[in-house]
Write a protein that binds this ligand. Sequence first.
Ligand SMILES: Nc1ncnc2c1ncn2[C@@H]1O[C@H](COP(=O)(O)OP(=O)(O)O)[C@@H](O)[C@H]1O
Ligand SMILES: [Mg+2]
Length: 207
Amino acid sequence: MVLKNKLNITQSSELARVEEKMTKQKAKELYDSGDIELAEVGTFKGLAYIHEYLFQDIYDFTGKIRDVNISKGGFRFAPVMYLSASLDYIDKMPQSTFDEIVEKYVEMNVAHPFCEGNGRSTRIWLDLIFKQELHQVVDWSLIDKEDYLLAMERSPIRDIEIKYLLKGALTDAIDSREIYTKGIDQSYYYEGYTTYTIEELPDEDQS
Ligand SMILES: Nc1ncnc2c1ncn2[C@@H]1O[C@H](COP(=O)(O)OP(=O)(O)O)[C@@H](O)[C@H]1O
Ligand SMILES: [Mg+2]
């Protein structure tokens, strides 16, 4: 079953390809326009801004919390009934140390506020917290896909693995556009999107 989308695409492989192309262009625009600076750091509001920015041309539900329960690999994300309370709680979680930031990220993943696009938008959100609070960002190209996904699967019960992976990939190169673009490509690769690299795509308004 293909998620209902604004482009009326009914074939999952086509949706994946078009979604990758359009939203990677948006991710590039988010950075190059400086709009990324407008995202509130460490709140659901900031995450919703990023989600909407990336996915608004594809889905109706962008930036809005889901109204269905979802699970992955047998793990049930926050039930709809508690989602809004959970997001209020996460907003207030501290974010001044590395451990606090990762714990906040893990909670946001457990909340999984959107029907789709949580992984890709929450990794951008995480980097903004690291950047503001620690003056570092993650070099995602240093984190292997299988290691990452296993660590995230384990994170609700034990966050030591994701902490280890993220710690080993922090870099001081916070103003490097290349770290950002390579990070987006890696983030998409984690989710199975590997048709385009962000650099080979034309800017959004030229395509
Ligand atoms: N079994 C799991 N338990 C907890 N978190 C998971 C599990 N499987 C995947 N995840 C997290 O969910 C993210 C994928 O969520 P999803 O909404 O599909 O994002 P995207 O659309 O960007 O792929 C992964 O990147 C990972 O962080
Ligand atoms: Mg997905």
